[in-house]
Design a protein around this ligand. Structure first.
Ligand SMILES: Cc1cc2nc3c(=O)[nH]c(=O)nc-3n(C[C@H](O)[C@H](O)[C@H](O)COP(=O)(O)OP(=O)(O)OC[C@H]3O[C@@H](n4cnc5c(N)ncnc54)[C@H](O)[C@@H]3O)c2cc1C
Length: 277
């Protein structure tokens, strides 16, 4: 839709220009794919700072793992080629497909926009927390800090971003990419938004990571030195959610239903990865 309150769109080409254009002032926001920004009224905004002219390489691989630029289109994440040893590779496509949007939207929606929008059903957030993703954040004062994505998304449409801070990239460590993963997504109907998304990851050293998104306002991640039993895992997830953020409630699913499907998915994920019975 047309945003008729916007007076300027500033395309920035380097970090200094980004910091100058986006110092954290009210009325200014960064623009990435624009699939959410242009989907609803933004009466509080006057200026958009366009990140897409920064020319960041969409993704790169190093011995440390996979770096996804904030401006990397979500569709590209799902199409990334497999590499030897990356047992977790199918999870890239599974999570991208969890963004229930037409290919046209997935082709322009970005990694950074998805994480920073911080919807509970953020598909890239699900991927990043499943694989111990770390966010590189650029401050308007020239500082850089790193935060687990699981700590960056703090609630429904809420992040730990400071005023003027921009997500530069999400780093997925090689160790996690080598883990075996399992994935369960539930929605109220076949083409519905994710109401519950559960991932499990079994690493080479036997450690086990469970992550729940979509059913909760912010990611819930539980780490175990060895795989728990399905019943243990389900009980621990229930305790962590009910002693923490609670079950999410919106048109995509009632909390008691989200609880039921999530705990069933947790048990299935643990079973699939060979958790002790
Ligand atoms: C049909 C349809 C279906 C959708 N389904 C889903 C879904 O299932 N799950 C879901 O999560 N979303 C969904 N969305 C919402 C949205 O399209 C996605 O979340 C998308 O990934 C947002 O990315 P974007 O690049 O378009 O963000 P934009 O619209 O450009 O920006 C979104 C927000 O993030 C901020 N932002 C963007 N990049 C950065 C950055 N690098 N640093 C700091 N802040 C930044 C912007 O200022 C803005 O507040 C859907 C949208 C449509 C139209």
């Amino acid at each position: 839709m047309d945003l008729n309150t916007i007076g300027a769109i500033i395309a920035v080409r380097d970090r200094a220009a980004l910091a100058a254009a986006h110092p954290g002032a009210a009325g200014t926001a960064v623009l990435a794919g624009g699939t959410w920004l242009f989907s609803c009224e933004q009466p509080h905004l006057r200026t958009l700072v366009d990140l897409t002219a920064l020319g960041w390489e969409p993704w790169s691989v190093s011995p440390a793992g996979l770096r996804l630029a904030a401006t990397c289109p979500v569709a590209e994440v799902g199409a990334l080629p497999a590499r030897p040893g990356w047992a977790a590779h199918p999870l890239l496509r599974q999570c991208v497909r969890a963004l229930l949007a037409p290919p046209k939207v997935r082709a322009v929606a970005t990694v950074g926009g998805n994480v920073c929008l911080a919807l509970p059903a953020g598909a890239v957030t699900s991927l990043a927390v499943a694989l111990d993703g770390t966010a590189e954040l650029w401050g308007a004062d020239g500082s850089t800090r790193h935060l687990p994505v699981a700590d960056l998304v703090v609630g429904d449409r809420r992040t730990a971003l400071r005023p003027g801070e921009v997500l530069r990239a999400v780093d997925l460590p090689e160790r996690a990419l080598r883990g075996r993963t399992a994935f369960r997504r539930t929605s109220l109907h076949r083409l519905g938004r994710s109401a519950s998304l559960v991932t499990g990851r079994l690493d080479g050293d036997g450690s086990f990571t469970l992550a729940v998104t979509a059913a909760v306002p912010r990611p819930v991640v539980l780490r175990h030195p060895v795989a728990p039993s399905p019943a243990q895992a389900a009980a621990q997830v229930a305790a962590a959610v009910e002693g923490g953020p609670g079950w999410f409630d919106d048109v995509h699913g009632a909390p008691d239903w989200r609880r039921a499907v999530t705990l069933r998915s947790v048990a299935e994920v643990v079973q699939e990865l060979g958790g002790a019975s």
